[in-house]
Design a binder for this molecule. Structure first.
Ligand code: CP
Length: 326
């Protein structure tokens, strides 16, 4: 267990070593237990977190805000469009200034080619940790909740178990690619064999694919890509299916939608779930396009763990905040 993560940023999934991620998980379970027992755990009393959003959120905002209050601190909700950021505050100014007001700065910025750079620029100017609430490349706090949930459901020995990270059709909007990218980076470190399934136009960033392969090689797991949803589901222990935009193919929303509309049959239904192992779990970070990405039968069915997964966002983030913002 690593005892000192004070002052550390969490922007990429690989910013924390595997041992450091294990530390986060141990603390998260401890805090989850304390909350279940009603034990006070005001580890961040008098501390404050700035939560800066350039894009909408339900779970991320609510879980960071509630988590910070449970730790005895306060989280301030800020939006780019209702602050002077829209009139020219720069990353350097924000890093310097928010870093003097707050003990941590959490940012969501998913604009293609902009968000991740923005977070890193703020971090360079900030004296306090910068936490990634999702950029266009990574969603590390989601992924921490995901591995926490997988261990709770499948045990600590995940060696040889298969997770399929699959694309799904959605009609609402072109969703970021950060969740599948975080998953393929983090899951191999825990011994899982990772199958990435997507139509050809929905590729992920080549450098992230290389890093995912490196993690799989390092930890002795398999990493493969298939272009067939059914093939991906076969013999899976964990079925993690969500939509993302064809952003490596086109960033034009109309063209992207046309491409996306070719694959309406990429929906998770009970027939596809039957291809996975009998005790497979179904995961989704939410929000999902119900009965488009996934049938309500699967989403509300016995294999679905989506609400436990959403709950774990709060416990995992409390652990990161308690460890980095002390
Ligand atoms: N999973 C997730 O990040 O949810 P929100 O977009 O609602 O924060």
């Amino acid at each position: 267990m690593i005892s000192d993560l004070r002052g550390r940023d969490l922007i990429s999934d690989l910013d924390f070593t595997k041992e450091e991620v294990e530390t986060v998980l141990e603390v998260a379970w401890d805090l989850k237990k304390k909350r279940a027992l009603g034990e006070r755990h005001a580890l961040l009393q008098d501390k404050t977190l700035s939560m800066l959003f350039f894009f909408s959120s339900t779970r991320t905002r609510a879980s960071f805000e509630s988590g910070m209050a449970q730790l005895g601190g306060h989280a301030a909700f800020m939006e780019s469009r209702t602050t002077q950021i829209s009139h020219g505050d720069t990353e350097k100014e924000l890093g310097e200034i928010l870093g003097r007001y707050f003990d941590g700065i959490a940012i969501r910025h998913v604009d293609w080619g902009i968000g991740n750079k923005y977070l890193n620029n703020v971090a360079s100017a900030s004296r306090v940790p910068v936490l990634n609430m999702q950029c266009e490349i990574y969603h590390p706090h989601q992924c921490l909740a995901d591995i926490m949930t997988i261990i709770e459901k499948k045990g600590r020995d995940l060696k040889g178990k298969k997770i399929v990270v699959s694309w799904a059709y959605a009609s609402s909007y072109l969703k970021p690619i950060s969740v599948p990218q975080s998953l393929i980076l983090q899951m191999p470190r825990f011994g899982l064999d990772v199958t990435l399934a997507h139509p050809p136009e929905f590729k992920l960033i080549p450098e992230i694919m290389e890093q995912a392969q490196e993690q799989a090689d390092k930890y002795g797991g398999k990493f493969e890509v298939v272009h067939d949803m059914e093939e991906g589901f076969k013999d899976a222990d964990i079925v993690y299916v969500k939509s993302w935009g064809p952003l490596l193919t086109t960033q034009d929303p109309d063209e992207g939608k046309k491409i996306q509309d070719k694959y309406k049959d990429w929906i998770t239904d009970s027939k596809k779930m039957a291809l996975a192992n009998k005790d497979a779990i179904y995961m989704h970070p939410l929000p999902a396009d119900r009965d488009v990405e996934v049938t309500s039968e699967v989403m509300d069915g016995p294999q679905s763990v989506v609400f436990d997964q959403a709950e774990n966002r709060m416990h995992a983030q409390k652990a990161v905040m308690a460890l980095t913002m002390r």
